[in-house]
Design a protein around this ligand. Sequence first.
Ligand code: NDP
Length: 251
Amino acid sequence: MSLSEKVIIVTGASSGIGAAIAQVLAREGATLALVGRNVANLEATKKNLKGVKAEIVVADVTKDADSIVQQTLAKFGRIDVLVNNAGILGKGGLIDLDITEFDAVLNTNLRGIVLLTKAVLPHLLKTKGAVVNVSSCAGIRPFAGALSYGVSKAALDQFTKIVALEMAPQGVRVNSVNPGFVVTNIHQNIGIVGDEYNGMLQRAINSHPMGRVGDVREVAEAVAFLASSKASFTTGALLPVDGGKNNLTPR
Ligand code: NDP
């Protein structure tokens, strides 16, 4: 699955799944633009990519789409793949909805991806490149009490499918991975800690038919597959990486 000579932008490379994506893509020989806001965490990701061409791009995906593209082109001269991984969670259902939080979740998980994909697209058209979006099993099926997040990921999935159709004749592929529960900082970032987190983790373990949660590396391997020429006839696909959870009826 060699990705050597491929220049790949990975958003949210400073933590969790994005840091693992950077590692797996680096193993496959890719050249990486590591995007995030936390410089120290981006440096930590870069330090683990020994011997690989990688540059840090400090940027906010909700505001800095053009800057991300320009910085990547200035460093590497081309863009072959965009991995839209940066994302945040939201808490609660409709009755206790915090509309400010709803806006923030949609802004990061949807609007930011639309803006960055639009800015990168002219360069992907030149390289016949690909986009891989990191969505969620919450995009495929509903979960009560995760309104903002589920709506953002469902909309992202439709974005993936629409842009895939639009770009297919031009040879640009657009796909997503839809992970189940993976242990990262994403829950504690919105204050889900302690007993609340432990309860959520146990419910996640029980609700994945494979009887466990996922690992960041398992999501990253799926992203690398969709980014590579091994997936050359795959576009508009939502690939569940969720231990079978997408097959269950909602509960
Ligand atoms: P983390 O909280 O560990 O990482 C989130 C990443 O997103 C960080 O690197 C953060 O970077 C980046 N990020 C968030 N907002 C912005 C922004 N405005 N601009 C730039 N970067 C931003 O979470 P995960 O690794 O778990 O999440 C990665 C993706 O995986 C998300 O899209 C999430 O929805 C998805 N996912 C996660 C699941 C899980 O159970 N963990 C399950 C299903 C999907 P920084 O702080 O440096 O800005």
